[in-house]
Structures are given as structure tokens and as C-alpha cells.
Design a protein around this ligand. Structure first.
Ligand SMILES: Nc1ncnc2c1ncn2[C@@H]1O[C@H](COP(=O)(O)OP(=O)(O)O)[C@@H](O)[C@H]1O
Ligand SMILES: [Mg+2]
Length: 337
């Protein structure tokens, strides 16, 4: 029995009629600890409903499955325990690890609750103003103009949120298909900044281009790369502040190891308030914002960098963020050829 369970890909223990745990494989030791063999099985598993189920299988032969939650090396872990009679003398308990799927499920729940919350804020505001317009401000022409303006702003926010959610979904659905067409990164960058010129003018921000003057060809998805640069430059405008210059540098990376071969790098540098070190690793999480209120004010959804990260990883590239508080930030996009 010991040899058989050692060959199994999941944690297993065997308990005999005297309730002694007679053998456990390495995977079971990793969950239950060392030195559990030769002792009563309750030394290894103390959960009352698990004990009762094992006893029922030992005495009456009932098969059962139950959910079991424990902590392995201080990490919360979830298992389905399969309790089965082997013969008149032995019961086998195997541990199906569901930690990962439980985490995925939790992430999905968090995501749905985040989305609902983000949509509810503007919706509540629109409903509030509608009610005011239908009641107390019914005949107030000035209030009507002002409230309609606010409601429009809130509806636009909802629209941006839905658009970003759809982009995120679309990028995620083809994340494993690496783009195959040749695109010129330099041309995409120039095009992007051209498209952003109204935004740049409004904030009195200019872009300085540095580096490559010839086409830089890589395998890429033109629309998605345009979205990456749009999001990053928009952030640099929004968080870099007015009356500043954004530097966009297009460079060569000769032998960047993580990219296995030759690639290109785009640095987007602003001279804004910068980002605290504790936030940097979390910026690409969905809905993560350093200052929620600030992001809302400038029309952010908190999804921009998450979309950026997904697109770059579809291109087998890498995003690097460097920032000094009070001096500014540099977002670098590494893309393999
Ligand atoms: N260039 C930047 N300078 C300072 N903070 C930034 C910059 N870019 C992004 N951030 C921070 O990262 C957060 C997430 O960015 P993003 O995903 O684009 O969401 P959004 O811009 O919609 O808020 C922003 O809310 C902001 O706090
Ligand atoms: Mg953004």
C-alpha cells in the first residue's frame, strides 16, 4: 500500500481498523506534517466532521466526500477529501487540492463586486439628479442645465467603464495567440500622439520624441499597441500634471535576457507627482488606484494599466515601472521582435 500511494499524484493516507494511520505519501506529509504514521489518525486530522466521516467508513463502509479547509505553511488551503473503504481492514483518504480553483472563484466574486460598485456610484448619482429634476427643481431652468451636465458626465463615466471592461475581456480571450503581423512601433507611437493632440493641448502638455528615427518593426497587433501607448500617455498627461513635457523614448534592447533575443523598448516618462514604492507592484491590478478620488476626477476607470499589462503579455513583452515621488514616473514597455 505504501508503494502504491507513493506513486499517486495526490496526497493520500491509509488508516486501519484500529484507527491507526499506517501510511502516508510525501504529498500527505506536506499537508499533515511529519511523523504521523503509526499513530491514531486524529493526531493528523483534528476536524470533527472529518473524524466522524472516517469513523463511519471504518465501521460501516460508507463512502464520503467532504470539503476541508486548513492552512499549509500559513497559507489557507482547500481540499475535497475522498474517504473510501479499500477492504475490510483499511480506509483510504485522498486529498484533492482545490486551493487554486477556490482562489479563482474568490477573484471572480471580488471582480463582480468591484464592477457593480463602480457602476453603482454614477448610477446612483444619475438617479438622484433625475429625481430632483422631476420634483423640487421641476421649473428651475438653471438647475436643469447644470444637472443635465453632471448626469452626462456620469453617463460618460459608465460608458468608459463598460468600454474598458469589454477591452479587457477581448484581450484576455486571445492572450495565448501571439500576434503574427509586422508593425512599425515608431509609426504607432507617432499616430497615437497625433490622436491625443486635443488632450495634450487642453492640458498644455507636449511630447518630446527621442531615439529611433527609422521604422522599428516587430510582430504585433496594431490596435492593441495603440491602446497600450494611448493608456500610458493618457496617464502621463493626467497624473503628470499640466504645463509639462512627456518624454517618449524608443530604444533598442540588444540582449534583454527575459525577452530571449532582440527587441525594442519604449519609455514613457512624465514629471508628475510620482508613485510611492508600495503601490508600484499593484498598479496593474484591476481597479487599483493610488488615489481613487483623484482618478475619478480625471475620468479614470482603474482598468487602464491592467489592459496594458495583458496586451504586453500577449506580445510576450514586459512592463516595467520606475518612479520617484515628487519627480515623476517612467513606464517602460519591452517588446520582442
Ligand atoms: N504616470 C503616472 N503617474 C502617477 N500615477 C500613475 C501614473 N499612471 C498611473 N498611475 C496610478 O495608477 C493608477 C492606475 O492607473 P490606470 O490603470 O491607468 O487607471 P486610471 O488611470 O483609470 O485610474 C492610477 O489611478 C494612478 O493612481
Ligand atoms: Mg489610466
Amino acid at each position: 500500500m505504501k508503494h502504491i500511494i507513493a506513486a499517486l499524484p495526490i496526497a493520500c493516507i491509509i488508516i486501519d481498523k484500529r484507527e491507526t494511520l499506517i501510511c502516508a505519501n510525501d504529498l500527505a506529509h506536506a499537508i499533515l506534517g511529519p511523523n504521523i504514521e503509526g499513530r491514531h489518525f486524529v493526531q493528523a486530522i483534528r476536524t470533527p466532521d472529518v473524524i466522524a466521516a472516517i469513523e463511519a467508513t471504518l465501521s460501516r463502509g460508507d463512502a464520503s466526500e467532504l470539503e476541508w479547509r486548513t492552512s499549509v505553511h500559513k497559507l489557507e488551503s482547500f481540499y475535497t477529501l475522498w474517504i473510501r473503504k479499500i477492504d475490510s481492514q483499511h480506509v483510504m483518504v485522498s486529498f484533492e487540492d482545490r486551493t487554486q480553483s477556490e482562489q479563482t472563484r474568490q477573484m471572480r466574486r471580488d471582480f463582480v463586486s468591484n464592477v457593480s460598485h463602480e457602476l453603482r456610484t454614477p448610477l446612483t448619482s444619475i438617479l438622484g439628479f433625475l429625481e430632483t429634476l422631476q420634483t423640487v427643481a421641476k421649473d428651475d431652468a438653471t438647475a436643469r442645465v447644470r444637472f443635465l451636465d453632471i448626469m452626462r458626465g456620469e453617463a460618460e463615466r459608465m460608458n468608459r467603464l463598460v468600454n474598458d471592461l469589454l477591452s479587457l475581456n477581448q484581450v484576455e480571450s486571445n492572450i495565448h495567440m501571439r500576434p503574427t503581423t509586422d508593425v512599425d512601433v515608431r509609426e504607432i507611437l507617432l499616430e497615437t500622439s497625433e490622436n491625443l493632440s486635443p488632450n495634450l493641448e487642453k492640458n498644455n502638455v507636449s511630447i518630446a520624441f527621442e531615439g529611433a528615427t527609422d521604422p522599428v518593426t516587430i510582430k504585433g497587433d496594431r490596435d492593441q499597441l495603440r491602446q497600450v501607448f494611448t493608456n500610458l500617455i493618457e496617464n502621463a498627461i493626467k497624473y503628470g500634471g499640466p504645463h509639462k513635457t512627456i518624454t517618449v523614448t524608443l530604444g533598442d534592447i540588444a540582449h534583454q535576457k527575459p525577452l530571449r533575443g532582440v527587441g525594442t523598448v519604449v519609455h514613457i516618462t512624465d514629471h508628475g507627482e510620482g508613485i510611492g514604492a508600495e503601490h508600484i507592484s499593484r498598479l496593474t491590478e484591476r481597479f487599483y488606484r493610488v488615489d481613487k478620488h483623484r482618478s475619478r476626477e480625471v475620468g479614470g476607470t482603474g482598468l487602464g494599466l491592467s489592459i496594458v499589462k495583458h496586451i504586453i503579455s500577449r506580445h510576450r513583452g514586459r512592463l516595467e515601472i520606475e518612479s520617484v515621488l515628487g519627480q515623476g514616473s517612467t513606464f517602460s514597455v519591452f517588446l520582442p521582435r
